[in-house]
Design a protein around this ligand. Sequence first.
Ligand SMILES: Cc1cc2nc3c(=O)[nH]c(=O)nc-3n(C[C@H](O)[C@H](O)[C@H](O)COP(=O)(O)OP(=O)(O)OC[C@H]3O[C@@H](n4cnc5c(N)ncnc54)[C@H](O)[C@@H]3O)c2cc1C
Length: 433
Amino acid sequence: MIRTDTLIIGGGLAGLSAARALRGRKKVFLAEREARYGGLAATVLKGGFHFDYSGHLLHLRWPETTRLILGALGSNVRRLRRDARVFAHGRWTPFPFQANLAGMPPAVRSECVRGFLAARAGGGAPGDGAEVFEDWSRRVFGAGISRHFMLPYNAKLWQYPLDRLTTEWCAPFVPVPSPAEIIKGAYGRSRPGLGYNAVFHYPQKGGIGALAAALALGTSGTHLGIEVEKVDLRARKARVRHFGEVRFRRLINTAPLDEFAALCADAPAAVRRAAARLRRNTVYVLNLGFREPAPAMHWGYFPGAAFPFYRAGVSGNFSPFLSPAGRSSFYIEIATDGRPLDLVSAERACVKGLLACGMLKDAGRIEERLWLKIPCAYVVYDADRAAALPVLRGWLRERKARSIGRYGGWKYSFMEESVKEGLEAAREIAAGL
Ligand SMILES: Cc1cc2nc3c(=O)[nH]c(=O)nc-3n(C[C@H](O)[C@H](O)[C@H](O)COP(=O)(O)OP(=O)(O)OC[C@H]3O[C@@H](n4cnc5c(N)ncnc54)[C@H](O)[C@@H]3O)c2cc1C
């Protein structure tokens, strides 16, 4: 039997950041079930190509975490200015669509502008989150922008009815330009850099997995290939594969919240019922390595029904060190509601889509491929989530357990926030809370 002060479930960015901050202050036992750190922020090497679990770019916004992340990466980092686009009606326009209507055919552009002005006349201000996405989009952006981008794109991404998807997640992720910006963007003068991801950082070498590798260097008590199989929060003990029983004083969970509740033998029935109300989508990422030329862009959004994917990017443009000389790589993201994807026909449709939008010039140039599956990718925001989370959080509080990160916290979040929550949890624990 092992005794530790803090048991951490998961060696993604949240768990690693907590373990790193607790080093030398508390005894830690971190269990990561995969054979590598990083969780979703990991990189797989295949045929000389570094493939991530889709584009994983660092959009840094807070001083402490920026210092920590850039400090961990040292000289192994690049700063890039976003070149993101939207492909709609057979042509490209810069992202975000709503601020770059000039790239659309004249009839689409005037429909979007008219709809936007009508929505604004009706007082379309950003909402409080509880409104459903379909209503929110029509109220804020109007009928045209909703019809040509917001609704088809988000239906493809979320795989959940947009008249039940609530909007708490929208504020940081969906830019709402001013009326003047929308009008200027419709007639050729958009403001560059709108939205949260205008500038980003990315490792020079090793893919995004280089960040987890760098953070892991500053930890102790961390174990790979070890799954937490069962937890008893009341008795403060867990069963960990290969190690047996681990007794802990404090626990930080970073595994998906519904899966964590299922692990907890002492979770009351109300907690299990609440966990069963949480929904998520699944994302399949097709990575392709190909012979250049590569398009100059970083990534594109695809609202159109002719494309099975909602987003596709040129990972080779994040860093030349991701691919062998003269080669580049794509990532292509397809979401499902959890149903398995037929990978053979999906790959065919992806290649057809890449050729149709001009990102790929010749399918014969593809040399390597790798499908990666993200079973729990985007957590669904709906009335069930709103009802279930207070029950789950109340139970965690009562049992003095922390559940953090994108899936432990069950939210639409990003890498820097996982790092931040890891640091905050460690700070509280070090302070004896
Ligand atoms: C398609 C997609 C694209 C994204 N793009 C970006 C982006 O461009 N920029 C950005 O900042 N963020 C992006 N994100 C979000 C980012 O991936 C996450 O916010 C972040 O990596 C989450 O880190 P985490 O540590 O909270 O969780 P995770 O990375 O999920 O780590 C949890 C860890 O727990 C382990 N685990 C689970 N159960 C157990 C168990 N029982 N025992 C032991 N270990 C267990 C898992 O193996 C995993 O390693 C994207 C997410 C998705 C889905």
